[in-house]
Each structure stands twice: as C-alpha cells, then as structure tokens.
Write a protein of this length. Sequence first.
Length: 408
Amino acid sequence: MLTRREFIKLCLGAGAGFSLGSTVLPRLAEAITALERRPPVIWLEVQTCTGNFLSFLNTLNPRLQELIFEIIDLRYGNTMMAAEGEQAIRALEDVARDARGEYILVVDGAVPTKDGGIYGAIGHHPDGRLFTDLEAVETLGPGARYVVAAGSCAAFGGPYAANPNPTGAKPVSMVLDRQVINVPGCPIHPDWLVATLSHLLLYGVPDLDPYNRPTMIYGDTVHDNCPRRQYFENSIFAAHPGDSGCTYKIGCKGPVTFTDCPTRQWSGEHLSWPVEANTPCIGCVAPEFPDGMEPFFEQLPDVKLPGVTVTARTAAAVAGIVTAGGIGAHLVGSVLTGRLARNWVGKTETTKTNPGTGPGGEEKTLSKREARKDASWRGRRRPAGKLARGKDRNHHERVQSEREGEKE
Ligand code: SF4
Ligand code: SF4
C-alpha cells in the first residue's frame, strides 16, 4: 500500500507528469475493493458556468470512465446523468437518504442566497416548489462524509460573488456549518480534484492551509516555481501580453497566488500554462479572485506587511538591484515568496474560513522545507530550474542579448 507520505511526494514531485494511473490507481482499487461498495459521490452544480466539470472531464490518468465506473460511484451529476426532472431529483433524494454519512458531496459553483435563494435552482419538488441551490446545499451538506468545494466559485465565491454580487452568491463554507475542503481554480485543474478525492478515499482529509486548501497542491506560490523567475531577477519584464520575459509588470499575480501550475501545467496532458503562453497569471485560485486580482493586466498594488509597506514596484526595483549588485536577495525572497503572499492587502490576510481540522488561521510557522527554501534565497539566486534545461535557457539568453543590443 502506498503510504500517505509517498502519495504526497508523488503529488508534489511528479509535477507535469503527475499520474495516478500506474502508481496510485492500483492502490485506490485495492482500497475500494476492501469497501462494501464504491464511495457514492454527488456532484452538485449550483451557480456555475460548468467550466469545472468540463475541465474535470479532461482527466486522462485515470480516465473519466475509470474514475466513475471503477473508483467512485457517481450517483448524481446533472451534466452527466441520463435522468432529468423528477427522476433526477428522486435519484438525489435516494442517495441522500440511503448513503447518509457515506457520500462525498462535490459542490461546483457559488450558492445564491439573496431573496431566499430564488436565483438558482436544481429543479422542482413534487409539489412544484423550486428546489433551490441553497436548499440543496443545506440539505445535502450535513449528511455528507466529506464536502469538497470544487472551483473558485464554490470555494470563495469567485466571479458570481464579484461586486455587485446581485444574487448574494456565497462560498459553500459560508452556507454550511461544517468543514469544507476548498479546491479552487477557475477552472479547477482535473489533477487537483483527482488528487484530493484520492487522498480522501485513501487517507482521509489532507493537510489544509488556512483557507482549507490541500497544501499538497496549494503549498507554494506560482512565483516560487515559475520558469520565468530568472527573468524576474534579471529585471527582464514583458511590456505587453505576448512578449517574452517575466509578466510581473503586466499584472502577473504569481507572487501572491498559491498553486502548482508552473510544474503541473494544463490540462489532462500537462502541456502548458499561462505564463508559458506569455500571459500573466491572474490568480484564479486566490480567495479574493476576481475583484482583488483586478485589473488583471496591471502590476500588483502596494503590499502591506506587519510594520512596513512595500510596494510591488519597489520590490521589482529591489529585484533589479539584487541582480546588479548581488545584495538584498533576502528581502525580495522573503517578501515575495512568503510574508507578502500570506499577508497581501485586505481580505487576503490569513483568516480561518471554515471550522474543521485545518490550521486555525494563525501565522504559519515555516516548515523545515520552507525554511530551507527561504534560506536558499539569502545571498544567491534561485536555481534556474527549467531555464537551465534547453530551449528556455537559450530563449532567456537570446532575450537578454536582444535587450542589451537595444540599450547600445
Ligand atoms: S512574476 Fe509571474 S511571470 Fe514573473 S517570475 Fe513571478 S510568476 Fe513568473
Ligand atoms: S496560472 Fe494563475 S490564473 Fe492560471 S490557472 Fe494557474 S493560478 Fe489560475
């Protein structure tokens, strides 16, 4: 049996090659065989564009068929199921009654709460009353073994809760008085959900950050692992989307966004990600997305740290000095990778969002791994990573010499 530690290592280390197929899948099958029946899952779409479900369909390893026919027992999912109308509602009521305490509730979308929740409904009751999204979440949440909020809308409100939020959209955690595991993304990467569900089935609730996101996925910032990091440190910035170079000055939110896009890449085939396509990360997994991440194509605003205010502009300038003089890496390193990301303006400040087993909103103490990473910033540049391997390095050198040529 794959140990939990090995599983986490696989999630963290496999990066773009993350594959449940050859390693985890047989273990999952073993664990599932030991159960009386496959774990029932309800995929409840509430106020959503269905983007998360469509993204989830792109899972390739395991493939969707393997997932829903061999691993889980998808009992309700209105985009996938053949039943509709009364039949569909009956199927939902059946699983809620027969599998109480067993089923995993995956909620996709924000929950409209204004005016009694009339702005979103999954159907009608037999007597004709609306079966609202709000009622569905409130009814199904307490009986679930686990509740997973899939996508940024379910996890934090997302675009549906953006100002002026006409439907009173709320994240699932604000509707239910229980632990909700948040797996944000706009849309969600299929691996993020597959890894979370696998962890739940094999080992129970994974380690969670203060926003109840699994740390095996949301532990590092995009900036931490970005292959354009050397551009950032060398002050080689893109002036427009489509340009090569670090996209920081055209709005990249990577320094304050915690997830693994640079190493995992999108989607089921793990082919590319926004920065690789010369466009900034817009911070879609962050709790304040989208309002707090706008304007998407403008440089990060001022950043408030305890006792000191550092503007992102200053940080970028310091990055230039660091490169030129080899000093001050500690400031940029600790600011951009750690405290800044955890204490960014306004509502991004570390707060406890859900009751449950996750850390309780306290300032996070650096783990040994994080401390080593922080120390690695002091006095020396980050290892170039992908930049040191092939075309990206050549590309980087070419851009640098072009810029130098321009200066001359
Ligand atoms: S600011 Fe964005 S593009 Fe630049 S190194 Fe950081 S994550 Fe990469
Ligand atoms: S790169 Fe940024 S905006 Fe794009 S999916 Fe990853 S976290 Fe979201």
